[in-house]
Design a protein around this ligand. Structure first.
Ligand code: SF4
Length: 317
């Protein structure tokens, strides 16, 4: 076991990111072997339960009301029976974690939040791990979610403190960190990660990982996303992230957060099987499984299953 550290500097992390690739992957693999169930990959299903019309202006997101993305159709909150059916289906496919996404700036009291609490209870009743993303929240919301059985709350930090204002102007990184602290306070697991490919520098990537790696305890789950540029968003012309950059981020995240679930998240579909295999070797131990992420296509479930078997990764029958 590697004793976790909470005092990483940006320079140290940048030096890891810049290591010769094989040295970096090998270092990360050793850490993964010592600290995680090296052959097990957690499958997480993701369902958008309310889409579009969000008051935030995240430059990468087609759900923002500030952009004119044609890629998205606004939908009201899903019905409870739809969510239960999707959770059952995900469970039949061997998924334990069921993540629900509500587009929006923050949680507000009222019938919508009450309905979401009901959904959390219903997913928990399927003996699955409910996870939710719903924006910023207050302590009483976190308390109610915990009482309903919420396992994990997703709230990504997205990018470095230094680059944050270039990507989002309607809130600050401090706002996000405050929500994460509230969630942690209630004993709900943290799922918080980053997006690369937003035009940030290597130092920004290191700085973003530093923010996560210096949380004590480390977030239980850390999604590493690569931008999938969506037409109609301010980042629509951004070039794809080179696959090996993805591998470097996964490996470095594994080294600085030895026991967290490092999730190969959005952008995975663009990676070849070989690049994905390198990500698993570098310590990725969770993927989103299912046909669609919140706003972007994901890999096909059948292909995923066959591919994971070929790698010798433990997958459900
Ligand atoms: S990423 Fe979330 S908070 Fe930002 S615009 Fe999209 S739905 Fe809203």
């Amino acid at each position: 076991m590697t004793a976790p550290r909470y005092d990483w500097t940006t320079n140290e992390i940048e030096a890891l990111l810049a290591l010769p690739l094989l040295e970096l992957v090998s270092k990360a693999h050793e850490i993964a072997k010592a600290n995680t169930d090296n052959r097990g990959v957690q499958l997480a299903a993701l369902m958008n339960i309310k889409t579009g019309g969000c008051a935030e202006d995240c430059s990468y997101c087609s759900q923002s009301a500030h952009h004119e993305s044609l890629d998205i159709t606004r939908t009201p909150l899903s019905r409870l029976d739809e969510v239960v059916m999707a959770a059952k289906e995900a469970k039949n496919q061997g998924t334990i974690r069921f993540c629900m996404g509500v587009a929006g700036r923050e949680v507000t009291d009222g019938p919508e939040f009450d309905a979401v609490l009901e959904m959390v209870r219903a997913v928990r009743a399927q003996e699955m791990e409910p996870c939710l993303t719903m924006g910023m929240l207050k302590p009483h919301h976190a308390k109610a979610l915990k009482a309903a059985g919420l396992q994990s709350y997703n709230h990504n930090i997205d990018t470095s403190p230094e680059y944050y204002g270039k990507i989002i102007t309607t809130r600050t990184l401090e706002d996000r960190l405050e929500t994460l602290a509230i969630v942690r306070e209630q004993g709900i697991d943290l799922c918080t990660g980053v997006i690369i490919g937003l035009g940030e520098s290597l130092t920004d990537r290191a700085s973003a990982l530093r923010v996560l790696a210096n949380m004590n305890p480390h977030p239980e789950s850390v999604p590493i996303n690569a931008l999938v540029a969506i037409e109609g968003t301010p980042l629509e012309r951004q070039e794809d992230v080179p696959p090996l950059d993805f591998v470097r981020m996964i490996a470095t995240a594994r080294i600085v957060m030895p026991r967290s679930r490092i999730r190969l998240a959005a952008g995975r579909r663009r990676l070849s099987p070989e690049a994905q295999a390198l990500c698993f070797l570098a310590g990725a131990n969770s993927i989103f499984y299912g046909e669609r992420l919140l706003t972007t296509d994901n890999a096909e479930p059948d292909q995923d299953r066959a591919f994971l078997r070929e790698l010798g990764v433990q997958v459900p029958a």
